[in-house]
Design a protein around this ligand. Structure first.
Ligand SMILES: Cc1ncc(COP(=O)(O)O)c(C=O)c1O
Length: 393
């Protein structure tokens, strides 16, 4: 049985996505079912979105309860779900105030605007991103990224935006100075291929910040909400940025993002200077609150434990294929395998065994399962990874 979705999509939707050939009928926990009744283990988790997996009862309950009250009223009104979630995020992070957006790239756009307003008043003009970074598809985000596929033929981009090499201390020392407004950084690059910032690189970044008085924006859109085993990934470094951008897991599957700012920046935006129609939607915020409650009630610790198990298993597989599996990378439940061949080949072989993964940056197999994934599901994945590797290498 097929509803012809694959053919219909081709006719109706711009062909920007390379989709997996699966016509979905439903999804629960870490499992996705297609319209033929095939079940797939989901190690993609809606691209690191479905923190609590699919159809988690706590999220469904939160959404349904809010739907019974009101759905969308706009930011002209005071809404408890929004304020409750903001208070919880403040408590969990120590940031002073926040702004809700709908998506990751909108959070980054808002952070860029806020940083520029702060920096312009001090006569600063330049912002920096790092090579391999990913911040989204809007012009501000793209201006701080270097991937040609996402930018070619779409210029001009924003002025005063620069990209310098990641994990390269001399280049950073050469480029950052008193004219620097802000630097945006993923402490662990997701789309870039699951690459962690080196400790001395981060230490130097914070020393330069002290010397030149610029802002550090941590893009935690992919790594936030417990993905690395800490609530936000910069916590692994004992460092505290000035601004944090969040999205993906925050809404538990509904569109929701946030810009968190430190005390010094809490009054940079005055009334009317920034806004959005949907950002902070009551239903999305209710779902988000349910996600954070579960994280606080033991899930964060579980991410660390299951992540360690996944990592030890991947290392064992690497010993069996030292020439093809070059490196196991990542933290918690964002891990990757650097291969000596195109990762899409392995993605396809794993998919034939009804497990969903994806490729990041060409040669890296990316694993971002729901945070509720169990040791048994990890074992099943590793078993099928071995079978897939035996087939193709
Ligand atoms: C680190 C990072 N920032 C920003 C974004 C953009 O988020 P969105 O697709 O919600 O705009 C992503 C998306 O993958 C991301 O990984």
């Amino acid at each position: 049985m097929s509803n012809g979705l694959i053919e219909r999509e081709k006719e109706a939707i711009l062909q920007t996505y390379k989709r997996l050939p699966i016509e979905i009928s439903k999804a629960e926990g870490c499992w996705i079912e297609d319209i033929k009744g095939n079940k797939y283990l989901d190690f993609l988790g809606g691209i690191a979105v479905n923190a609590l997996g699919h159809s988690h009862p706590a999220i469904i309950h939160a959404i349904k309860s809010q739907l019974d009250k009101f759905m969308h009223v706009s930011n002209y009104f005071y809404q408890e779900p929004q304020i409750k979630l903001a208070e919880k995020l403040k408590d969990m992070t120590g940031f002073s105030k926040l702004f809700f957006s709908n998506s990751g790239t909108e959070a980054v756009e808002g952070a860029i605007k806020l940083a520029r307003r702060w920096g312009n008043s001090l006569g600063k003009t330049e912002m920096f991103g790092f090579s391999g970074g990913f911040h989204g598809r809007t012009y501000g985000s793209l201006s701080l990224m270097d991937k040609p596929l996402y930018k070619d033929g779409m210029g001009p981009f924003l002025p005063g935006m620069n990209v310098i090499p990641y994990n390269d201390i001399p280049s950073m020392e050469k480029n950052l100075n008193e004219n620097t407004i802000a630097v945006i950084i993923e402490f662990l690059q997701g789309e870039g291929g699951i690459i962690s910032a080196k400790k001395d690189f981060i230490d130097t970044l914070f020393e330069l910040k002290k010397r030149y008085n610029f802002l550090i924006i941590a893009d935690e859109v992919q790594t936030g909400v417990g993905r690395t085993g800490k609530f936000l990934s910069y916590e692994h470094y004992g460092a505290k940025p000035d601004i944090v951008t969040m999205a993906k897991g925050l809404g538990g599957g509904l569109p929701l993002g946030a810009i968190l700012v430190c005390d010094e920046l809490k009054d940079v935006f005055q009334k009317g200077m920034h806004g959005t129609t949907y950002g902070g939607n009551a239903v999305a915020c209710s779902a988000g609150y349910a996600v954070l409650q579960l994280l606080e009630n033991g899930l964060l610790e579980q991410v660390g434990n299951v992540g360690d198990y996944l990592n030890s298993q991947l290392n064992e597989v690497q010993w069996e294929y030292p020439n093809h599996l070059l490196e196991i990378r990542g933290k918690g439940l964002i891990q990757g395998i650097l291969l000596d061949f195109d990762a899409s080949e392995l993605v396809d072989a794993i998919l034939r065994r009804q497990i969903i993964t994806n490729a990041a940056s060409g040669k890296v197999l990316r694993l971002v399962p729901p945070l509720i994934v169990t040791d048994n599901e990890v074992s099943l994945f590793v078993h099928e990874l071995r079978n897939a590797l035996a087939e193709i290498v």
